[in-house]
Design a protein. Sequence first.
Length: 449
Amino acid sequence: MGEAVVSATLVGLSLVLGAVVLWGLLLFLTRWTKAAPSKDDVAKLSGAPEDQNVNGDAASKTGLKKPKQQRIRKEKPQQHTFTHPLLASALKGHSGNVTCLDFSNNGKYLASCSDDRTVRIWSTKDILEREHRYMRVNVELDHATLVRFFPDSRAFIVWLANGDTLRVFKMTKKEDGTFTYIAIPEEFPKQHKAPIINIGVADTGKYIMSASSDTTILIWDMKGEILASINTNQMNNTFATVSPCGRFVGSCGFTPDVKVWEVCFSKSGDFREVIRAFELKGHKAGVYSFAFSNDSRRMATVSKDGTWKFWDTDVEYKKQQDPYLLLTGSCKVTEPCRIALAPDARAVAISSSTSIFLYNTQRGEEEEYFEGAHGEHITDLAFDVNSRFLISCGDRAIRVFHNTTGYRAVVEEMKTLLKKASNESTKQRLQQQITDAQSALDSIYGKKK
């Protein structure tokens, strides 16, 4: 009986003690919960916004999960905007800066290359339209810095930025009947030891030229074999090109002259030699750039001395006859600086950094100025084959300008010839040229007939 009483007493005490411990534990948990910092409190203490997770040490000390890092989107560079009464159109499509332009010999196409790893072939037929058709050609595993059409426009060649060599693209027909350009598997071997400055394809289709910034110009056959190597002896090359007729290769650089060579072939088409043809001497400082007219009878040069010069190169150089200096004009020269001569030799365009100046070649006067034509340094400048437009590139857009300087030169020149003409048919032909040029000018400036 006594043992039963003792057992009951112990059970009762155990229950009371358990209740006390349980009550104490609940009280402790309640107070701890109220005292513990909330997620928002930690955010406030750490200086982070309330709607964002905290990071670093604060997160680890409070047991909070580390936040996922948000990706920062790269904002696309804003397209440079430019307006001018003589801006005919802008060819847009490249997503990177355009580095080079080239018109096909027949004038139907314009090739452009960009660091977006594409070459685009534009139709010049709709160059004044709002929408511009083009064929996109991808440059696999690289991008092109220079592009040049072959004479028949059924192939073109590019200089690869990373590959440091030439790659040929040939036109092929797709299954759906349309055409595209495909790179041939064999690339030209690496030969240059310095950065490339220009490439060219002879209008005769007999050779390719490449020039680097040291003193080297290489003449290749169309299959990638070296025909000749030229040492320009100009300390360094700043520009080099092939004449539109395909006979000549010229270069300029540190010295105040332009050197021109003739690339000679036999009657059967075999390569013979490269011989010195003539030099353009007269500048007082290094020459930035030069250009040929379509028939190679005229040339224009621009120099660090702040002048541009216009030359008569229709000379018998084999009889040691030197080119004639026709005029000298002053100009602004800020690097990079390029010069373009209209195919008919009536207008000269000079780019200085991001701006363009147009001069007539009869008096050397500045007639047009396109300030800030591009948002980046102008990389190329060219007239179309009919001397109607001036094309430039430097940022993602290709700008097309009316060549009003050329049209005015035609009117002035034909009026002078008309006064001297005695033959009736000649007078009619000259008058028609005046009418056509004046009509083009009236149309550009919006004048009513």
